[in-house]
Design a protein. Structure first.
Length: 393
């Protein structure tokens, strides 16, 4: 059993945290200048803020690749940084790919580093503070110089494993362009997945690190797109379902030679049409009311959308119309007034037929027609309709 694993039995298990939150002064004194530069390079590579690429082949610093880059759009504002792309390609192109035996050796050192960090985490949970390098070494009963060397080798191994696979991050991120995140953000999120893969990789299972890391990189990128690409965030499971619908639609289109119907897509995905329509509606992106409309672009989308509520001017106008209408109706007889209210739905908005009104007053429909005609003749008199004409100008 590994000495670290044996010593770790004396501590209670705890959730794993990020250890690099504290750098001890004792450890800094033993790390040479070249190792400091290496760690700094790893941090810089993880950020990758200036990186972007539009290249389908293996990434290198050859002249052919530089010529084939062209202008790569990095963000929605149309920012083109061809020079920064070339610089980044040259940087990662100088890093040699790892041989299988090197991957195994680095994975062993990383596993040893993680065990040491787990010990420190357990110590912190029990003592309430992160151990110094001396206390850390005493946990596994190892001489301080030897422990410092062991810790440094583990961190260098993790750094080298990540840096040697940065080209894999770029190649995967390129496939997720134009999905709501800029290319440099995709690379940054993919790099976090690569670091996670380096920590979780088990070389004893026999597969290559790149095969294992691909899954972690894709997961980090797709989760970032689901969380950050939309104004209204969708649950991750719903975003994944939307992606499957798009893939199914593409496959069926190639199979049928036409765009598949909703029924065909729903049947292929084994879901109801109602659920398919709900998901498709959820996938719609919001549109700004300030979106320009027309060739002149002098109008905005919001200018053509009716407001959900009336403006104060319309509200006041309707109130005044109602008051004036009641005043005019008051000049009629009670029966004439009631017939007009029912006939034109003045009270409830529902217009009744002559037959329905006749049944209410227990008279014939002809009699109701006569009452209506008489009332309308009265309303046409200038003394009565002058007030209402102001509302139809």
């Amino acid at each position: 059993m590994c000495p670290v694993a044996a010593e770790s039995k004396n501590f209670k298990p705890s959730s794993k945290k990020k250890i690099n939150k504290k750098i001890n002064t004792d450890l800094e004194t033993v790390v040479e200048e070249d190792s400091n530069k290496s760690i700094q390079n790893l941090q810089t590579s993880s950020e990758l803020n200036k990186s972007s690429i539009e290249n389908n082949n293996e990434f290198s610093d050859s002249e052919e690749e530089d010529k084939g880059l062209g202008n790569v759009k990095l963000g929605p504002k149309g920012i083109y940084t061809e020079d920064s792309i070339r610089v980044y390609l040259q940087e990662i192109g100088r890093i040699r790919l790892l041989r299988p035996d090197e991957e195994i050796e680095l994975a062993r050192k990383i596993a040893d580093l993680l065990q040491l960090e787990e010990l420190a985490t357990q110590y912190e949970s029990e003592k309430g503070h992160f151990p110094s390098v001396r206390e850390w070494a005493e946990l596994i009963d190892m001489p301080l110089p030897k422990f410092r060397r062991r810790l440094l080798l583990g961190r260098r191994a993790k750094e080298k494993m990540v840096q040697s696979n940065l080209r894999l991050v770029v190649s995967i991120a390129k496939k997720y362009m134009n999905r709501g995140l800029s290319f440099q953000d995709l690379i940054q999120e993919g790099s976090l997945g690569l670091i996670r893969a380096a920590e979780k990789f088990d070389h004893e299972k026999g597969y290559k690190f790149s095969t294992y890391a691909t899954w972690w990189i894709r997961q980090a990128i797709t989760r970032a797109i689901a969380d950050q690409s939309r104004t209204i965030r969708l649950p991750v499971h719903l975003y994944e379902t939307i992606s499957r619908i798009k893939k199914t639609t593409k496959v069926l289109s190639q199979e049928f030679g036409r765009k598949p119907s909703e029924e065909e897509i729903a049947e292929s995905m084994e879901m109801t049409i109602e659920k398919l329509r709900f998901i498709a509606k959820s996938a719609q992106l919001p549109i700004s009311l300030e979106t320009p409309i027309g060739k002149e672009e002098d109008s905005r989308l919001g200018d053509f959308i009716e407001a959900d509520i009336e403006n104060p001017e319309q509200d006041v106008s309707k109130t005044l119309l109602r008051e004036d209408l009641e005043g005019v109706l008051a000049t009629l007889s009670p029966r004439e007034r009631d017939v007009l209210r029912l006939r034109y739905g003045i009270d409830d908005g529902r217009m009744k037929t002559l037959e329905e009104i006749g049944q209410i007053f227990d008279v014939t429909r002809e009699r109701i027609r006569q009452i209506e005609a008489k009332a309308l003749r009265k309303l046409r008199h200038p003394n009565r309709n002058g007030v209402l004409k102001e509302y139809i100008k």
